[in-house]
Design a protein around this ligand. Structure first.
Ligand code: IMP
Ligand code: MG
Length: 186
């Protein structure tokens, strides 16, 4: 039985930060913005962020192939519906780790000639960065932890937690449900 996972960011802190990001985006894009949220990890964040923005906002989603650490090989498996040409676009990410995924996505989107393109990431594992990545909006910087909850998963588990906790990767590798009892027990 692994130790109960440590809380990294509590619910109140998450919501306060999402409100702050929403206020900043509202001020920076008074005429509206297209949020392009990366599936599936950013779904909780994007859903709260969109409601914290007090300017006109459009939301769209794109899906990429699942995380393969260190390879940098990602592909778009579900494209945006919106045409980003000439639009002000903010790419919404759950977490930026090495920066390889984001670098690829930004390259793809830039080829479509948006008017502007920025990134809003909930979590920034700054010390793990391999590719320098311009993050205009960041919720929290975290250390080298495996974050789960509030959209972030391990093997599709834990996305629906209302807070972010540090998963025990060794324990999860042996049993992806290792934290279920501790995190969902009432
Ligand atoms: P990067 O290409 O190394 O920056 O990886 C970014 C992607 O890896 C994120 O969008 C997540 O899908 C996944 N990822 C990286 N770190 C974590 C984590 O701590 N928890 C859950 N997913 C993670
Ligand atoms: Mg992601």
């Amino acid at each position: 039985m692994p130790a109960p996972p440590r809380e990294l960011i509590g619910t109140d802190e998450l919501h306060a930060t999402v409100r702050r990001l929403g206020a900043t985006l509202s001020a920076d894009y008074p005429d509206g913005v297209l949020l392009a949220a990366v599936l599936k990890g950013s779904v909780c964040f994007a859903a709260d962020l969109v409601r914290a923005i007090t300017a006109p906002v459009e939301i769209d989603f794109l899906g990429i192939s699942s995380y393969a650490p260190g390879t940098g090989r990602v592909r778009i498996v579900q494209d945006l519906q919106a045409d980003v040409f000439g639009r002000d676009v903010v790419l919404v990410e759950d977490i930026v780790d090495t920066g390889l995924t984001l670098t690829y996505l930004l390259g793809q989107l830039r080829q479509r000639s948006p008017h502007s393109l920025e990134v809003c990431a909930l979590l920034d594992k700054h010390d793990r960065r391999i590719v320098p990545t311009p993050l205009r909006y960041v919720g929290f910087r975290i250390g080298d932890e495996f974050a789960i909850g509030y959209g972030l998963d391990y093997a599709e588990r834990y996305r629906n937690l209302d807070r972010i906790v540090a998963g025990d990767v060794e324990a999860l590798r042996i049993d992806p449900d290792a934290h279920v009892a501790a995190l969902y027990r009432r």
